[in-house]
Design a binder for this molecule. Structure first.
Ligand code: NDP
Length: 289
């Protein structure tokens, strides 16, 4: 048996960021517009602070403006909504991202849905989720969008493929299922109440694991030749690991994403892609390819 091909998300994302940087340069010279991304962080969650820092760095690297707003943990709902209203009205800001999770006293859904849909580069507003679900032009959540790009690159057409998404969160599992469905895969969405997950998994040509449990998906659940996308980011004593037992799955799968270096880098690249798309749309330009 041959080990699975490694899907190099890091290299794919680097290429995507290069393409975005060239398009940013062009939109600057041709239209005098510099795309701007505002990131809002409330509180001092260390993991969130790391994500916000790397998003800011990546934004500047492709030539966009990055606006970071760090607010204290005790910020009130009204104060946060006032900031979002300001960013909605700010023409220099093309994308707005509120880093989640928010401190418990804040109403996350209300905050997210206050973001103007055309600046909702995370695609988490109800409007964009509904547009995605109904096949209309939407801002698509970055992590599933990155997974879709890797899958299309690997498989070409996804039409008729049996796809299993493990996880039904609003930020990963559900939008992932919508994207696969829109590409005409036959989609199953599994979650904590699913019966006989191993059997479902063994039928799947595509497995997207977004569970949040280290090494949850076993090697002997994988159909030979399947494409396995591991969204999980789990911090363990052994370091960062995914939701898939990588060593075992690699012996069976056709292709698999590593953790780290798989889906993670794609998420940030897709955030930049969405910011560029938002900028193009607000300026009446065609969507960047
Ligand atoms: P959530 O915790 O919101 O969702 C996890 C999902 O897994 C839930 O739907 C849950 O089911 C399901 N689940 C839990 N236990 C089981 C089980 N035993 N069997 C089947 N399903 C189960 O997580 P997220 O979707 O936000 O994230 C998932 C993972 O992806 C995490 O590791 C996270 O760190 C990572 N992540 C990575 C990103 C990246 O850029 N690479 C971005 C975002 C997330 P139920 O609904 O029934 O509770």
């Amino acid at each position: 048996e041959r080990p699975a091909t490694l899907i190099d998300g890091k290299a794919f994302a680097a290429e995507l960021r290069g393409r975005i940087a060239r398009q940013v340069a062009r939109i600057k010279t041709d239209h005098g517009v510099t795309p701007g991304l505002a990131v809002v962080l409330v509180g001092e969650d260390p993991a969130s602070a790391v994500y916000v820092r790397s998003k800011g760095r990546a934004t500047v690297e492709v030539g966009m403006n990055s606006y970071e707003h760090r607010l204290p943990a005790q910020t009130s709902q009204a104060e946060l909504l006032a900031l979002i209203a300001r960013l909605n009205a700010d023409r220099a800001v093309n994308g707005i991202l509120v880093q989640l999770p928010l401190p418990a006293h804040l109403d996350e859904a209300a905050v997210v849905n206050a973001i103007a849909p055309e600046k909702d580069v995370d695609g988490f507003t109800v409007l964009n989720a509904g547009r995605l679900a109904t096949g209309q032009k939407a801002m698509v959540p970055c992590t599933p969008l990155g997974c879709l790009m890797l899958l299309r690159d690997r498989l070409g057409s996804l039409s008729g493929k049996d796809a299993l998404v493990i996880g039904r969160s609003n930020i990963v599992g559900k939008p992932m299922a919508q994207l696969l469905l829109a590409d005409s895969a036959t989609v199953t969405v599994a979650h904590s109440r699913t019966r006989d997950l191993p059997a479902l998994c063994r039928r799947a040509d595509i497995v997207v694991a977004a569970v949040g449990r280290p090494h949850f998906v076993q090697g002997d659940w994988i159909k030979p030749g399947a494409v396995v996308i591991d969204v999980g980011i789990n911090r363990t004593d052994a370091g960062l690991v995914g939701d898939v037992d990588f060593a075992a799955a690699r012996r069976v799968a056709g292709a698999i994403t590593p953790v780290p270096g798989g889906v993670g880098p794609m998420t940030i690249a897709c955030l930049l892609a969405n910011t560029l798309t938002a900028t193009a749309r607000v300026n009446g330009l065609p969507d960047p390819q």
